[in-house]
Design a protein around this ligand. Sequence first.
Ligand SMILES: [Zn+2]
Ligand SMILES: [Zn+2]
Length: 224
Amino acid sequence: MLPRDDIETVGDFSITTVVVAPPWYENCYLVKHLPTGRQLVIDPGGDAEVVLAALEANGGNVTEILLTHGHPDHLGAVHELQTALGIGCRAHQEERPIIDGVANWAGALMQRRIRGPESVVYFTDEPTLSFEGFEVEVLFTPGHTPGGVCYVFDGFAFTGDTLFNQGVGRTDLPGGDGRTLSLSISRLLKGLNPKIRLYSGHGPSWTAAEARPWWERAAAYGYF
Ligand SMILES: [Zn+2]
Ligand SMILES: [Zn+2]
């Protein structure tokens, strides 16, 4: 198994981290709502067979894929998961150009062939996504990409490549913008309960209480 493969429980959910293969070491998360057995997959970036095995080991019904953004290292396994499980995939409308171009990106950036998603349902603004027994809030956090979002559950959130444990996403790729990312992070952290645990696209998790003072210092020193 790859470097980190943790299962944690937060409230009514179990969160499994599957770290996909080098060079990106992207975190794919399996979120299982324990009372109903429903599972969501956040950012299946690669290693479809490993992700499928982890979903199988978890048991329950795999319901849907949610994408924080459309970079190849976050959606490289979407097509295979959709083929194997017949599930849908959601992302923000503003991310559509990135997702539509993902196969070209993967070739140029990763010298790797991937197939784009079979299908994507695009949402606009900041919807609340309803699943049987629970809801997920969407926060629109552009900057790393034009349509990046964070998914906020009861007690934890997925911040993609918007915010890492003591780091932020790069803004030099097409559609990236440093000032926009800075505003998104400030708004994200302002709105979150300090106790909430933040799971990012790469590296370890931390809490909003840890992230806020770090971000204030980073912003004060002119991070951007
Ligand atoms: Zn990214
Ligand atoms: Zn990434």
